[in-house]
Design a protein around this ligand. Sequence first.
Ligand SMILES: *Cc1c(COP(=O)(O)O)cnc(C)c1O
Length: 399
Amino acid sequence: MDKPLKLNSYCVKEGVRNESTKPHQLPLYLSSSFVMEDSQEAVDIFTGKKKGHVYGRYGNPTIDAVAHKIAQMEGYDLKGDAYGFLTSSGMSAITTLIMATLQSGDAVLTQGNLYGGSTELLNKLLSRMGISTIFTNLQDLNGVERILKDNSNIRMVYFETPANPTMACIDIEAINIIASKYGVPTAIDNTFCTPYLQRPLSMGTDYVIHSTTKYLNGHGNSIAGAIIAADYDASRKIWETLKLNGSTCNPFDAWLLSNGLKTLAIRMDKHSSNAQAIAEYLSQHDKVAHVNYNGLPDHPDHEIAKKQMSQMGGMLSFTVVGGQAEALATIDRLQCCTHAPTLGDVDTLVLHPTTSSHLNVDKAVREANGITDGMIRVSVGIEDVEDLIADFEQALNQL
Ligand SMILES: *Cc1c(COP(=O)(O)O)cnc(C)c1O
């Protein structure tokens, strides 16, 4: 501009940026809109002829870089591309996926031991929008086939494997084969495994969702979710829904996730080896009645887990001898482990499911699923495992 501005105008205007050097690390873009170079560019971007950013709710360079990276990881074994989107939370990833793919009159087939928030979403909100849910044991493959045959309104099979907190596994490939026979798409919540341990898209799953809040970020400092689809047309529907329901991830949480992702592989290696050592230690302790960890040969789903997971991950649960009082006393005596209602962080976290995550699940249903009052869930961290074992040892030995 040749004519000098008045002082207040200089305050309001953006400063002159030197963008001739490229930042080594992904910059955090905090801009709700993007400048159109000229009117033709505006038309081209709005009509989809040209790729570009226009408005932050539709995405921005920070968010899109991270979404793309997660899609590359989940789609690692595919011949073609996978398409990824970041959402404001794991819950909004599920909501957006269902809003994008189902409509009133449709039904979802899922398991009884789903993440509590997902169960409530289906039962309390989506039911009001005319989307019904059939809960069944997805390990019973004949039963699944029968239900699909009898209910032609089922338009999605939605599941988690391993499931919280018993680590029950569902055979991904087998479910996908049955569902595709009836033309029903499948979706998996891959939060517990991450694409480093399990890649459902390569086994024929249509959609993967994540609470990136957990292992993908790994540091317990951001809330976000992801949706990944292998099919381009399906991905457009997701993008359109995301744009309209407004559940885009915020750039700062995406940026934190970007940092966390860089160490995913070494974190998951250590989570898995630490969890295996702790599961083996707990199994032989006389104050421990039972341990649920897929890496133990006596876990009922050890073989399914080995088939579809490259390592057994960092989640386990165990039941102390006694009941709720003994479980809570053990949690209170732990010093190296922290009592907190999340998972997948670098430090070890414990939780008492029947008084927290599974409080609203009927006692009879809980017990039928092996979730007892003496159970403690552990999200095993990446500390030195000797310190963790010593912590469990001192806590259990006081029982
Ligand atoms: C935490 C979690 C969710 C929900 O994710 P948020 O980021 O808390 O919304 C969904 N599924 C699983 C398996 C989870 O652990």
